[in-house]
Write a protein that binds this ligand. Structure first.
Ligand SMILES: Cc1ncc(COP(=O)(O)O)c(C=O)c1O
Length: 388
């Protein structure tokens, strides 16, 4: 038989699936994959029920998305960030942010183009870039504050740079980037005429006095930015798989042409539920932030009572914690310790070296997800303490 596509042949099962299946096998508490184990908001489930009874929502949705959702997203960007997107020509509903990332990559990139990734990266970025045939340059966000080094960033740009994959608020570091940092990235993108794919799926999960600024809202950014977000994290139902992509009419058109022959359109019932969800934001988002901030503090403080050194996240629902020196000296890296914790302590985490391709720093950390009910977080903390 002839070989399958060589780019696809090298892709492995994602680290999230691997760790979740190991967690299930050992009945471990799953702090690995990023999804809540508690009930999401009732208004989403009620809206889903309501959508089922609407005859029109049993048929294909329009290719770009249903108009109530497009309209709500337009309102959201305008009211939250003074960012003006035309719902007819600049917003497209996708099957989660994952589809939006792939669609953007396929719409923009060609063999010979270069892309820039910040590591640790979300694992779909390098795969999407690779499938589109682009060459990857990596810039490392280094601990403890996970800022980029300005010289390293500038050196990664070249006249061939077409796209920068940027995730803010950042998974797994928990960074919420400042306006100064965004301006620095934007200035380079403008100088080298590169597009920015800004993955903002954790836009509402920011804590303390940190607030999300979409890079597209900065002056001169919108025309070269693809703003991507998703309802899964915000509305506590990752199974909704409703994401979106907002960009200039030219980029939107190209992305829609890929979307059209990939998924064509997204489940209209799920889209309707998200439109209803967005209407609740004024009341809902402050509650969401305060719930997650308490969970962050619970897990952060619990990890501080173990030999791990947790780094307090400014956003997202993940904590990176440094592996104790003693374990590193025993020759344990993140993956080995992760497996030990699953089998011996019944706690599953993610080994972040899967999110690095240049630096070895990932091997020094584990990633913990705190989107879990308090009892689960407390039990995990107890197990972790007794491991050492
Ligand atoms: C940074 C980042 N981008 C994208 C996604 C995928 O989002 P969706 O479930 O909407 O496809 C995730 C999910 O964990 C994520 O963490």
């Amino acid at each position: 038989m002839k070989e399958i596509n060589s780019k696809v042949a090298s892709i492995e099962e994602s680290i999230f699936s691997q760790m979740t299946s190991l967690a299930n096998q050992h009945r471990a508490i799953n702090l690995a994959q990023g999804f809540p184990n508690f009930e999401g908001p009732k208004f989403i489930r009620n809206a889903l029920k309501e959508a089922v009874s609407k005859k029109a929502y049993g048929q294909y949705a329009p290719m770009p998305g249903i108009s109530p959702l497009l309209q709500e997203l337009k309102n959201h960007y305008r009211e939250s960030y003074q960012l003006y997107y035309d719902e007819k020509s600049e917003i497209t509903i996708t099957n989660g942010a994952t589809e939006a990332i792939m669609v953007s990559s396929l719409a923009l990139l060609e063999p010979g183009d270069e892309v820039i990734l910040f590591e640790p990266f979300y694992d779909s970025y390098p795969i999407s870039a690779k499938l589109a045939g682009a060459d990857i340059k990596v810039v490392t966000l280094r601990e403890p504050d996970f800022k980029w080094n300005s010289q390293e960033l500038r050196a990664a740009f070249s006249p061939k740079t077409k796209l920068v994959y940027f995730n803010n608020p950042n998974n797994p570091t928990g960074r919420v980037f400042t306006k100064e940092e965004l301006n620095e990235l934007l200035a380079l993108a403008r100088e080298f005429d590169a597009y920015i794919l800004s993955d903002e799926v954790y836009e509402f999960l920011t804590y303390d006095n940190h607030h999300h600024i979409p890079i597209a809202s900065l002056e001169g950014a919108k025309e070269r930015t693809l703003t991507i977000s998703s309802a899964g994290k915000t509305y506590g139902h990752t199974g909704l798989k409703v994401g979106w992509l907002a960009a200039s009419p030219q980029i939107t058109h190209a992305c829609r042409m890929v979307h059209q022959f990939n998924v064509f359109s997204v489940n209209p019932m799920a889209q309707y539920a998200v439109a209803v969800g967005l209407q609740q934001n004024e009341k809902y988002i402050p509650q969401l932030r305060s719930t997650y901030e308490k969970k962050r503090d619970l897990l952060f403080n619990a990890l501080k009572e173990t030999p791990f050194t947790p780094i307090k996240p400014q956003g997202t629902y993940f904590i990176l914690a440094k592996i104790p020196e003693a374990k590193i000296s025993e020759g344990l890296n993140d993956l080995a310790l992760c497996k030990q914790l699953i089998t011996q302590s019944k706690v599953a985490t993610i080994p972040p070296s899967a999110f690095y391709s240049k630096s070895q720093e990932g091997a020094l950390f584990l990633r913990f997800c705190f989107a879990k009910d308090d009892a689960t977080l407390e039990e995990a903390a107890k197990n972790l303490k007794s491991f050492f």
